[in-house]
Ligand binder design. Structure first.
Ligand SMILES: Cc1ncc(COP(=O)(O)O)c(C=O)c1O
Length: 411
């Protein structure tokens, strides 16, 4: 059909219209497999709990197939919001960790955290609205805001997270222009790509600012449980008494991305807005029951402890290898958790050039400009995911990257 007259042109023009609104999540990488993948936020497959999943998946099929293989019940909201059993377990865990009472109407399951983020953008942003993001930030959210027609306002980070002094200046400016801030997106714990955490005083102040200026905080906490050092920080969900915080979590980073089990916790009315726009028929009832059983059998905590021990060792190996094999001008901060090292080269380097040389050597990392929504920013940076390669491959991979960096220096 595509060779009929005019059809290819039509499809190309539809594609370029879509490209103006959205953004691709992935780099256009060569088809040949890379030897060392430090590129995306992919968990180490060696951590996937295959035997437990196989056993529980079969049990759900044998004992609960009538409901487990259905859409869910239209009456109780289990289609759009997801299986109540898992929502109840999540609500109880969230109530315990935040010290605030959450029930099933305050939890909605989503197809990974990403659907919670895009549905929130779709629900709360209209064309011309102001939407604040950190600079740098996770690029999928920039695409969602663009699709909604909102204008992203980038607020720089420092080592305590979002710069609230700069946010306050923007709040004044936007309000004076008659387009007050509506939604703010923050990856508050173990930021991607920057690895930093929003400090506790800033969390408290940000929640106050949301109340003062009446905007919603979209708190992305998909990496929050992966802490290798230091004490946990309270979620802004635990500080918010006004219903202005919606928090996004996921089992992707700790358990397995292919479950596609994420969720959003927040005020019931905020979640109703998401339910109206999400535009699908909920997450898999079967997988949600598997996740529920995994949590209820007490398997999650010991699994998480193993994952944390492994990823801590990988972070340390990556830091040691960067110090040993990369030019002295390379700067990075050792993160207390999460997946990423955010590396800054000096002005002699360009992240795209580094990537080109790295690819030729079989190493892939992500150039910094991907995280700013502006091709002129972030060019001296690149992001490394230290969790994906096997532990013993980290040093050789970073040695090859160090060589690629040296080869890409401008004369
Ligand atoms: C910052 C951030 N938020 C959310 C997600 C969403 O992950 P998922 O949809 O698999 O839960 C990712 C995945 O890479 C991420 O890096």
């Amino acid at each position: 059909m595509s060779d009929q007259e005019g059809i290819p042109e039509l499809l190309h023009s539809l594609r370029s219209q879509a490209a103006q609104r959205g953004t691709s999540h992935y780099l256009d990488l060569p088809a040949t497999p890379m030897k060392w993948v430090f590129e995306a936020g992919l968990p180490d497959p060696a951590t996937f709990p295959i035997d437990d999943f196989a056993r529980i998946a079969e049990r759900v099929l044998r004992e609960d197939a009538d409901d487990g293989l259905q859409y869910g019940s239209g009456v109780s909201g289990s289609i759009t919001y997801g299986w109540e059993g898992l929502r109840d377990v999540i609500a109880a865990r969230t109530s315990a960790s935040t010290g605030r009472a959450f029930g099933r109407r305050e939890v909605m399951l989503t197809s990974g955290g990403v659907q919670a983020l895009t549905a929130t953008c779709r629900a709360f942003l209209d064309p011309g609205d102001s939407f604040a993001v950190e600079a740098p930030t996770w690029n999928a959210v920039l695409g969602a805001a663009r699709v909604a027609g909102a204008e992203a306002v980038a607020i720089p980070l420092d080592d305590e997270g979002l710069r609230l002094d700069l946010l306050e200046a923007q709040l004044e400016r936007l309000s004076a222009q008659g387009r007050p801030l509506k939604l703010l997106y923050t990856i508050s714990t173990f930021h991607s790509p920057a690895g930093v955490c929003l400090s506790e005083p800033r969390r408290r102040r940000l929640v106050e600012l949301a109340r003062e200026w009446r905007f919603v905080i979209l708190e992305d906490d998909v990496y929050g449980e992966l802490r290798y050092d230091g004490e946990p920080l309270p979620s802004m969900l635990s500080m918010d008494t006004a219903g202005l915080v919606v928090r996004v979590e996921s089992l992707s980073k700790t358990l397995a991305p292919a479950l596609r089990i994420g969720w959003v916790t927040g005020h019931a009315t905020a979640l109703e807005a998401l339910a109206i726009v999400r535009g699908d028929l909920g997450v898999s009832q079967w997988i949600a029951r598997i996740a529920e059983a995994y949590l209820e059998e007490g398997l999650y905590e010991p699994h998480l402890a193993e994952v944390i021990a492994l990823y801590r060792a990988k972070r340390d190996a990556c830091v040691a290898a960067l110090e040993k094999h990369c030019p002295d001008s390379l700067r990075f901060a050792k993160p207390d958790g999460g997946f990423f090292l955010w590396c800054d080269l000096d002005a002699r380097y360009d992240g795209r050039e580094v990537l080109k040389h790295a690819l030729a050597a079989g190493v892939v990392c992500r150039p910094g400009e991907e995280f700013f929504g502006d091709p002129d920013q972030g060019r001296q940076w690149f992001r490394l995911s230290f969790v994906t390669p096997p532990l013993e491959e980290i040093e050789p991979g970073i040695a090859a990257l160090g060589e690629a960096i040296r080869n890409s220096a401008r004369a």
